[in-house]
Ligand binder design. Sequence first.
Ligand code: ADP
Ligand code: MG
Length: 332
Amino acid sequence: MPDEFQVIAQLFAPLAKSFPGALGLTDDAAFLPPDALAETVVTVDAMVAGVHFLPDDPPDLVARKLVRVNLSDLAAKGAVPFGVLLAAAFPHGTSQDWLERFAHGLGRDLTEFNIALIGGDTVATPGPLTLSLTAMGKVAAGRAILRSGAQDGDVVWVSGSIGDGALGLQAARDQLALAPEHVAALAERYRLPRPRVSLGPCLVGVASAGMDVSDGLVQDLGHLCRASNLAATVDAAAVPLSPAARAALEQGQSLLATLLTGGDDYELLFTAPPSATADFLDLAKRIGVPLTAIGRMQAGSGVTVHDASGQILSLGQGGWRHFSATGSGAGA
Ligand code: ADP
Ligand code: MG
């Protein structure tokens, strides 16, 4: 294993070039340019081998997933990302080849999302590979989208499709008996989420509340309800599913609970008054991101999911939780 200074200088410093305040990762700290009009939105996510990704996952995909789960949180607040800090604890004996592939994947996504690596820390550990990425973005001062702004009568929207993350974990573990193209699509979705970075900033000033779906649709909508002091009803038949998830669902109804409560979707969940509906359908076309109305906010508390015949679906615990004995997925 190369020493930490070599890793920083050779593999990480090139990823800092586009951000002058990072000083090429040659100083103790980085500097953000002053900005009177915008506020900086900051988020951090940790990923541990064996918990959030499989220990033999390709290193470039591990790096890219780490970037993407964080960008999803920034998108949820309506922020445009500009930089990340990486704290990495590499197991003793991690090879140069592994580190190069990791840095290559990191650089690829930093370029794709037009952001820079502006700092971090590099250590060795006797434990499993542990990564923490802090991501920063900008949003016009006072305009960020919060979980707490939903109003009684607002429509509940989601982007993309729901449930692919949970199925993708099974696909990546080869536990899904589906056509190979569906298994491949789902596994890809689990390993490489697509954060809705283009959508988030477009929701500023239009969405009344919003968050990303990382721990399961029902549980996450529950968080939004609590923050907004409201209840939500969801029409299960309206929840958008990918062709692969539809194929999986045809194998048995009990799977619907997995789709609605599983983690790792990284879609945006948001609310807006019914009068905004036409605007969202236009926006979806303009940016090429499907947007689907799935329910309503109303007085009360909690999330109720109805099936096509109006029956209330019982979904058990409702989503992935760390620190619980009964969780069955892998959320971030
Ligand atoms: P210090 O000991 O003063 O904390 P380090 O030697 O750990 O400094 O880091 C030197 C520089 O390299 C700092 O600017 C730091 O932010 C950066 N750096 C260290 N590790 C990483 C990393 N994994 N990713 C990005 N930058 C890093
Ligand atoms: Mg120092």
